[in-house]
Design a protein around this ligand. Structure first.
Ligand SMILES: *[C@@H]1O[C@H](CO)[C@@H](O)[C@H](O)[C@H]1NC(C)=O
Ligand SMILES: *[C@@H]1O[C@H](CO)[C@@H](O)[C@H](O)[C@H]1NC(C)=O
Ligand SMILES: *[C@@H]1O[C@H](CO)[C@@H](O)[C@H](O)[C@H]1NC(C)=O
Ligand SMILES: *[C@@H]1O[C@H](CO)[C@@H](O)[C@H](O)[C@H]1NC(C)=O
Ligand SMILES: *[C@@H]1O[C@H](CO)[C@@H](O)[C@H](O)[C@H]1NC(C)=O
Length: 340
């Protein structure tokens, strides 16, 4: 089945399948207290985070502590860290190297998402000093150190997209994702920038290649990352600039997964994702599903500006629609949201 999204219409969709339940979007939002953090973020600095009700008029909904931050490090290895056990004390220390492109996504104790902002580039001290020229809110003493940065260990758990990370992905294009290492079953996370939700798809046990039909709204950024059944993240998370038509129905096409004996990656430089000729998956399809990623917002980088029509979380429930599930893919939509 297909989903059609009427223009200028706000739509939410929420469904839970399989063992994960209680994942609900639109309960809470988060933001860095330092509002100058928009396109860059300092490394090795404790960054205070505000968690507020999604409905700032009534405060009627909220997340459930503890809160976790998943940092999708592009062409690197994402990580999930505890950022606060109570709402009044939430903070993050970015420990990725200067120059890393990251997309932040907060999750609460129930796995309910708090949304994403624009991708940001990790900076060190000099950028912080420079940015202070134009901002009173940046703390000069912060970000001075790079001592916290983790040296990534060579990972044998990798994801190789067959479309180059950081390049364009056109509506209805096929994106092949080849997974090596890790412990099956794998979970694919599709994360759009400036979106309130995350789409998780758990592949059937044994499957290691996913073919994703790009139904993301054009004009945004979409991250594809893989984690395994032990919670480890694969190296090589990729980001794409979504392009093309806003008609994202892609009739007749369905995302699918399969098992393929993948050749070893050519060199040890496989810790970064590349064009991945080695990632060309086989054609056998064992399962299909219509996978709609979270929709990106417009060009805004604050979630609050893009949530005007969703003040009542129960409207998400009334918009709930059945989802076609074929094979054994578990499609977990924490919520979908589109702004036109
Ligand atoms: C964060 O919370 C503090 C204290 O409640 C408040 O003063 C500040 O304006 C908030 N900042 C943002 C960006 O929401
Ligand atoms: C909602 O919570 C914020 C703090 O997060 C507070 O400033 C505001 O007064 C509250 N509003 C209501 C209606 O309780
Ligand atoms: C999606 O999957 C990731 C990786 O398993 C997990 O950390 C996250 O909590 C899941 N849900 C959301 C809404 O991000
Ligand atoms: C700057 O950060 C340091 C360390 O976190 C803190 O002790 C200090 O109070 C901060 N200064 C300002 C002006 O926020
Ligand atoms: C990526 O792989 C899929 C199959 O998984 C294939 O249909 C598609 O054409 C490939 N794209 C590129 C650019 O090689």
């Amino acid at each position: 089945m297909r989903f059609s999204f009427a223009p200028a219409r706000f739509l939410t969709l929420s469904a839970c399948v399989a063992s994960i339940s209680a994942q609900t979007s639109f309960l809470y939002k988060w933001s860095f207290q330092d509002t100058s953090i928009q396109t860059t973020v300092p490394t090795c600095t404790r960054l205070a985070i505000n968690i507020t009700s999604f409905d700032t008029t009534t405060n009627s909904t909220k997340g459930t502590p503890p809160y976790y931050m998943t940092t999708y490090a592009i062409d690197g290895t994402p990580s999930t860290t505890l950022i606060g056990t109570k709402e009044s004390d939430v903070s993050l220390i970015v420990d990725y190297p200067v120059g890393t492109l990251v997309l932040f996504s907060v999750t609460d104790a129930n796995g309910s998402p708090g949304g994403t902002f624009a991708p940001m580039t990790v900076t060190g001290q000099s950028s912080l000093v420079a940015s202070r020229e134009t901002s009173h809110q940046t703390n000069l003493t912060a970000g001075a150190s790079t001592s916290c940065i983790k040296t990534p260990s060579a990972s044998k758990f990798t994801i190789t997209p067959n479309v180059t990370s950081n390049s364009d992905l056109t509506t209805c294009d096929l994106l092949g994702l080849a997974i090596r290492g890790g412990v099956s079953p794998y979970t694919l996370s599709l994360v759009a920038a400036t979106s309130p939700s995350v789409t998780n798809v758990t592949l059937p046990a044994g499957d290691n290649v996913y073919t994703y039909i790009n139904r993301a709204a054009p004009g945004g950024h979409l991250v594809a990352a893989i984690s395994d059944s032990t919670g480890e993240w694969a190296t090589g998370a990729a980001i794409f600039n979504t392009k093309g038509t806003t008609d994202t129905e892609c009739s007749g096409l369905a995302s699918s997964s399969t098992h393929t004996d993948l050749p070893d990656l050519p060199s040890s430089s496989s810790s970064t994702s590349s064009t991945g000729s080695g990632g060309s998956p086989a054609s056998t399809t064992t399962a299909t599903s219509n996978t709609n990623p979270p929709r990106s917002g417009a060009s805004t980088s604050t979630l609050s500006t893009s949530t005007t029509s969703s003040t009542n979380p129960t409207s998400a429930a009334t918009a709930l629609r059945p989802i076609s599930l074929l094979g054994s893919i578990s499609l977990i939509l924490g919520g979908l949201m589109m702004f036109v």
